[in-house]
Design a protein around this ligand. Structure first.
Ligand code: SF4
Length: 298
């Protein structure tokens, strides 16, 4: 049975990114983000005072894995990707979450400012934060005015070099956490429903502009742990400047219950978390760890 009504909205406009699906399972084609122009400006609504509003899924007050130190993590609503391993499908729907102003988010974050002292700050993640770029810029600017360290965790999928807003994004972001999901374009499309052209272009853009970045790669048995692909990914990373850290994130099945609750098929049914030796193998090939600006391990 397909999810209906609120249940469908909660899980987002799910569609199988496997090539067969041309329309959403959950929402009408009019609401399917895949039909919309990539990188197009998202609609941003205003409240009564004329302040810009964005859509936020949730917050995490003491994040320790999304950037340095202790971080207030802001989960943006909306994502144009459909990764088979996604454990946050409830962030997909563009119209889900709740509307907030940047000042409201900053007010929440600043409650925890005393914990930011050891290098922490605020991380924007999702969903896909670049999907609401105007709101993200407003939030980052408000945080920088208060001297807060900012991270953006992104797949880079919305990037367009022709969009001048990305210059401002770089100026307002201290550190990027860039997810490179697969170095091979065909495999990337199979895994996420989208080409990897924009993520690769965004990685080069950050490198050319000298922006600090940590690169992350989710390891899924049979999908993203092929040695030859990992070697190619390592070769690409070697062409980038300012990669300070590479993280291998083992796939896990914690999102299964969200699919069950929405009566949606789980895309990776039967695939388990990678064995420890496969994780170690990927870390060895990618030379995962911390790096200095010159590329040497710290
Ligand atoms: S980019 Fe992130 S939020 Fe979007 S589908 Fe992939 S894993 Fe899920």
């Amino acid at each position: 049975m397909e999810p209906q009504g609120e249940q469908a909205v909660r899980l987002g406009n799910f569609y199988p990114p496997f090539g067969a699906g041309k329309s959403c399972l959950f929402l009408s084609p009019r609401h399917c983000v895949r039909r919309r122009a990539h990188g197009a400006r998202r609609r941003v609504s205003d409240n009564k005072e004329g302040r810009m509003l964005g859509r936020i899924h949730s917050y995490e007050s003491f994040g320790t894995v999304d950037g340095p130190g202790i971080r207030f993590v802001v989960f943006f609503q909306g994502c144009p990707m459909r990764c088979r391993y996604c454990h946050n499908p409830d962030t997909w729907a563009e119209r889900g979450g709740r509307e907030v102003s940047a000042e409201e988010v900053v007010g929440e974050a600043l409650k925890y400012k005393r914990y930011f002292a050891g290098g922490g700050g605020v991380t924007a993640t999702g969903g896909e934060p670049l999907f609401q770029l105007d709101f993200l810029l407003e939030l980052l600017a408000a945080l920088k005015r208060r001297g807060v360290h900012t991270c953006v965790d992104t797949s880079g999928i919305c990037f367009s070099e022709a969009d001048a807003r990305y210059d401002r994004l770089l100026a307002l972001t201290d550190l990027f956490l860039l997810d490179i999901k697969h170095i091979d374009d065909t495999a990337h499309r199979f895994l996420t429903g989208r080409s990897n052209a924009a993520p690769i272009a965004f990685a080069k853009f950050l490198s050319e502009r000298g922006k600090r970045m940590w690169v992350r790669h989710v390891l899924v048995p049979g999908l993203t742990d092929d040695d030859a692909a990992l070697v190619r990914l390592r070769g690409f990373l070697d062409t980038l400047a300012n990669v300070e850290r590479i993280e291998v994130l083992p796939y896990h099945t914690m999102g299964v219950q969200k699919y069950r609750a929405a009566h949606a098929p789980y895309p990776l049914e039967g695939i388990s978390a990678p064995a420890a030796e496969r994780v170690d193998n990927a870390k060895r090939i990618l030379r995962a760890g911390k790096y200095g600006h010159g590329g040497g391990e710290l």
